[in-house]
Design a protein around this ligand. Sequence first.
Ligand code: ADP
Ligand code: MG
Length: 238
Amino acid sequence: MQSISIRDLKLSFGALTVLDTLNLDIRDGEFLVLLGPSGCGKSTLLNCIAGLLDITEGQIFIKNRNVTWDEPSRRGIGMVFQSYALYPQMTVRGNLSFGLKNQRMPRAEIDARVARAAEILQIEALLDRKPGALSGGQRQRVAIGRALVRDVDVFLFDEPLSNLDAKLRSELRVELKRLHNRLGNTMVYVTHDQIEALTLADRIAVMRGGVIQQLDAPQVIYNKPANLFVAGFIGSPA
Ligand code: ADP
Ligand code: MG
């Protein structure tokens, strides 16, 4: 089964066409990494999937449902950005439960979901703190937790680790992989970092100038790059 299908997607900002006739099928439960240099259209593609940008042409399906014109909140996705966008005046618990309260979910259900997310992300001890009292890595865990409590089908990550130092980045990479193994959700992860892509991905889509150059498992991308750009970008022998 496909989790996400993108058909003939076109996205322009005024006269600038960033994505043109892009097609992509993301498998159910896979960790797909969109890898490419800055400005190649990764965030734009992710924002189209999330429904944060109105596409110019084409169609987007999530779990076989045409969501092309659905509101972001109705797509069954959770998005985690590079900057954490937490509410600074609320505690971690408040940040995690805010969206659920807005949906008028029963209190007991909210508490259970927050407890489960906190356990999975190992932030139980932080629930009564405010974001200002957390480290970058802890904040990013809370940001992931906000997607987790919503019980979404698909997680979208836009360079979630790029504000963190190297040590934390590698720690959180391991945790993200563990999270994926435990939850089995589809995850679409944007990065310009080759190591991140090679260590996290089930498959990597290498992008350049809005075009997917190659879509394959990491070892295939590394050992059999489709062209010189992929070889050069991934740092493998051409
Ligand atoms: P990436 O995430 O791969 O770094 P982006 O998707 O952010 O790339 O950007 C792709 C291209 O679209 C870039 O040339 C960028 O300048 C342009 N772009 C992105 N967002 C906008 C916008 N809101 N208005 C105009 N141009 C944009
Ligand atoms: Mg980007």
